[in-house]
Design a protein around this ligand. Structure first.
Ligand code: GLU
Length: 304
């Protein structure tokens, strides 16, 4: 069966499932999204594309942006970045504080909120115009000028960001944040507010299926070693404390966000994005997880 037929078939099956999740209500703007949205888009390294459902609608990618900020910081600091943030799965919730004390303010990995806050601090220290430079970077590597921040989402998150304020100040108390916490957090909220469709996401992340090179131009975004490491981190840490479950059921590197999006990469094959806003108890898209599990199982293509 072709990817297109398979996606169409699985989409229809999952569409009929009772959606057992809940939309993220802790960020007020996210709870207003129509929970029936469901979109899927795949881009392959051979140039094939297919999308279905709400695949062209932009949504809040939230933590998926943590991969993009990490990539930019990794390009700037290369391996020195690992002095500031670890590479171990945490087994804790995305916004957990409790390991930070034992780890002296060095977050376990860059996909925890704590880790992404440290990455935001690194970018603030190295970019002249952080907000403008970051969106330029994303638009350039994706060749997509329609990608933008949502000030509405960023503001909504800021208004209730008590946990992130605590994380940032706590890390600062260990001397692991160099800038003013309020500046770091404003930038962090902007990063999380990026809006993209599943089509935008699958096109943008395809270079990670291609050893770090853009498919069309063959230009390097990351070197091979860096690309391997980003994929490895997505594999081990991309789904909060459900990363093991995602590896077990789906078997691909990926990253989720509380907006209900998931991106997954099959190296040398494709990148696929799914969006369905209702989240399971661990904060990952309920239908998105089910879709990808069925997709890698029925296509008989995964890393394992
Ligand atoms: N902006 C969200 C937060 O800080 C990101 C959460 C996520 O998508 O994991 O809570």
């Amino acid at each position: 069966m072709s990817f297109e037929d398979l996606i169409r078939d699985i989409y229809q099956n999952i569409q009929q499932l009772e959606d057992r999740g809940e939309t993220a209500s802790y960020i007020p703007e996210l709870s207003r999204i129509d929970p029936s949205n469901f979109g899927v888009h795949i881009s392959t390294i051979h140039g094939d594309q297919f999308g279905i459902g709400n695949c062209y609608d932009k949504f809040s990618i939230q933590s998926i942006s943590k991969v993009l900020s990490l990539i930019l910081a990794y390009r700037i600091l290369d391996h020195k970045i690992w002095d500031r943030v670890g590479v171990e799965p945490s087994g804790t919730a995305f916004n957990s504080l409790f390991q930070l004390e034992a780890d002296q303010g060095v977050p376990r990995n860059p996909f925890l909120n704590a880790g992404a806050i440290v990455v935001s601090d690194i970018l603030l220290s190295h970019l002249k115009h952080p907000k403008a430079d970051f969106i330029d970077f994303v638009r350039t590597i994706s060749n997509n000028t329609t990608i933008d921040y949502s000030s509405r989402i960023a503001q909504s998150e800021k208004e209730v960001g008590y946990r992130n304020v605590a994380l940032c100040n706590y890390i600062k108390s260990f001397g692991q944040i160099n800038n003013e916490p309020s500046d770091v957090l404003d930038f962090y909220y902007d990063l999380c507010s990026l809006e993209m469709s599943t089509k935008d996401l699958s096109e943008l992340f395809l270079f990670l299926a291609h050893d770090g090179r853009d498919i069309a131009s063959n230009k390097r975004i990351l070197n091979e070693r860096q690309s391997k490491r980003i994929n490895a981190l997505m594999q081990t840490c991309g789904f909060y404390d459900e990363s093991g479950e995602f590896a077990f059921k789906v078997g691909l590197p990926g990253k989720s966000g509380v907006g209900g999006g998931i991106i997954a990469i099959h190296p040398d094959q494709y990148s696929i994005a799914v969006w369905s806003p209702k989240l399971n108890k661990k904060g990952n898209s309920y239908k998105g997880m089910k879709f990808l599990e069925a997709f890698t199982t029925r296509s008989e293509l995964s890393l394992f």
